[in-house]
Ligand binder design. Sequence first.
Ligand SMILES: [Ca+2]
Ligand SMILES: [Ca+2]
Ligand SMILES: [Ca+2]
Length: 472
Amino acid sequence: MITFAAIVLVSAGSAGIAVGKVIYVDGRASGADNGTSWADAYMFLQDGLADANESAKPVEVWVGQGIYQPDRSAAEPNGTGDRKATFQLINGVTLKGGYAGFGEPDPNARDIEAYETILSGELDGNDVGVNDPRDLLSEPTRADNSYHVVMGIGTDETAVLNGFTVTAGNAGGSYPNNYGGGMRNYGNPTLTSGSPTLTDCTFSGNSAARGGAMANSGSPTLTKCTFNGNSAGKGGAIYNSGSATLTNCTFNGNSAGRGGGMYNGWGPSTLANCTFSANTATYGGAIFCAEHSHPFVVNCILWGNNASDGPEIAMVGIDWGSWLSISYSDVQGGQAGVVCVPYDGYPDLCRLEWGPGNIDADPCFADSASSDYHLKSEGGRWDAVSGTWVQDNGTSPCIDAGDPSSRIGLESFPNGGVVNMGAYGGTAEGSKSYFGLAVCETVIAGDINGDCKVNFTDFAFMARHWLEDNNP
Ligand SMILES: [Ca+2]
Ligand SMILES: [Ca+2]
Ligand SMILES: [Ca+2]
């Protein structure tokens, strides 16, 4: 029996991870509208979600390029205009955007940039653009947009959103409509917490009183997500009062009164290998820590953000404390630049744990004007435009400056044996190490950091990670 079971497992593995049912959605399809193929795809995502909700799990919903609004379905093809309509994620259901889709030579081709799949809160097509994201919430043409484009209420980690752009949410009005313009992840007393999984998603042009792009009280896991041009009173991109885990995320051009990038309220959050740049606020251009907050920040870059108080980080001084632990990160202005904002009648108590490995040095972004936050390197930098590795005239001090105990992940050789700081650290687009000489043409076994020599440095790397097992 044991042998038989093993064979079954191998067989399932060879066919890939068990996908279960696939439901197709494409706004351009003209077939039976039943989701069984690209030709017969549902035209509206709400119909695909309704099918997924009733299907045995796991289910994948594959969504072709285009724009999808939450107030539409086959029953209401022109939309209801209901601001409370939302795309509610479902446990056991993975939504995947970025497919070429119906009518394309290869409808299964997937590229989340080339075949952008947009979830939009713009219900009536009248939105006027704004020059400053701070005007988003009050722009009259957005007053009729969705309160929350996507909802993760009552979800666990098996509710997945992968490869979508979420835009034009407008969480105005009174509680709870004013939290999380793009997405709201909250618990529900009778359900599990709001803890979905988001990968390769972009949130742009969303606004709210709290959490322009997203408000969390659950424990969502966000990987390789980008937050751009969102705004709120608190938390331009994210308002966190739970325990969000963010890895390889980028925050740029968001704005708020407190926490241009992220506002941390009650609860811990973990930020690893995230980059914050060009965010603005009155207090805390990148990050604001309110009472009872405790973000853990590691391998991050906070550079080029702007605020009246605490251009990178501001914390509120209150007796039960705001708490921030930060290490192996590049923070402009360093520890001295962190502002402890007085709170009426309380002593200035901000609990800042300034850990090892923090630096205050220009990270040498590839092109911050174009929001390209790859790190310059003489050893090689991934250029997304040309799709090639290019060499720069200088090398970022954030390369190989992350926590030596962090995983290097997919960083290309030579990777220095140490993860880089910032949003591409630990990924295949992590900038390569530079040791002052040309990259060696052949690799010597034992040359862990890639400097073309095998010496005590390599031995130290091996000793540090001795007996670690990545596949227990
Ligand atoms: Ca509108
Ligand atoms: Ca490295
Ligand atoms: Ca070496």
